[in-house]
Design a protein around this ligand. Structure first.
Ligand code: FMN
Length: 211
């Protein structure tokens, strides 16, 4: 079982990464092999919208992208993994530009051909097997927990739409509001929730496979 984390925060020592690391520890405690992709450290260029990845060789599992950067290797790891933890701070009522840039490059996994353009495209063959792969989200924000709908929902939607195209189930969503100036006591309780999120992800994937 391999679980990947994707960090959308540029602040490696921020609260978002602390929560993501704790969630990955939860996954590891259930025997998963884990890796944290701190996106700020990766070379991921903007999608240029050329369409090469889905118009040429649409039969490939990962569409060929002319950009030379880390995206192809990350996507290779992505399709060979079983579950995902996406963590992003809310910036201007959305996921960060770092996370969005990565999501756009995942188009190489989803669109299939010109004929599919006007439709919601199914994932490329081999990307996921009938929703057996799962993902959970962590969103940090300065607005309090009561504003999860305003701040968290647009972030969840951005992530969830991609996963739907890839036929990957969304499992849990952890919103951690009021992060700036949060007491250690409150934050520690959120870290415990993050750990449980990681545990639940692995347990759910295992249970789905054993059905
Ligand atoms: C450019 C920018 C935009 C932000 N926009 C929002 C926002 O729309 N809503 C909100 O609640 N917090 C907002 N925040 C606060 C961040 O969400 C908060 O600082 C972050 O979740 C903390 O995570 P970190 O410790 O990983 O940096 C913003 C912060 C920055 C720097």
């Amino acid at each position: 079982m391999r679980i990947l984390g994707f960090l959308g925060s540029p602040r490696l020592n921020g609260k978002c990464n602390k929560l993501l690391k704790r969630a990955l520890e939860g996954a590891a405690s259930k025997g998963a092999e884990v890796k944290n992709y701190e996106l700020i450290k990766c070379n991921i260029k903007y999608c240029m919208g050329c369409g090469n990845c889905f118009l040429k060789n649409p039969e490939l599992t990962i569409g060929k992208c002319p950009l030379k950067d880390d995206a192809a290797a990350i996507l290779e790891d992505y399709i060979n993994s079983d579950g995902y933890l996406f963590a992003s701070p809310c910036y201007d009522v959305f996921v960060t530009a770092l996370m969005k840039t990565f999501l756009e490059r995942k188009i190489a996994l989803t669109y299939k051909s010109m004929e599919e353009l006007a439709k919601i495209p199914a994932a490329r063959p081999g990307v996921a097997a009938n929703f057996l792969k799962k993902a959970s989200f962590i969103v940090t924000a300065n607005c309090a927990d009561e504003l999860e709908e305003v701040m968290g929902d647009p972030c969840y939607e951005a992530l969830e739409a991609h996963l739907l195209f890839e036929e990957i189930d969304t499992l849990d969503k952890l919103y951690v509001g009021g992060v700036e100036g949060m007491s250690d006591e409150v934050f520690n309780a959120k870290l415990d929730k993050a750990f449980e999120l990681g545990v639940h992800l692995v347990e759910t994937i295992e249970a789905a496979r054993n059905e």
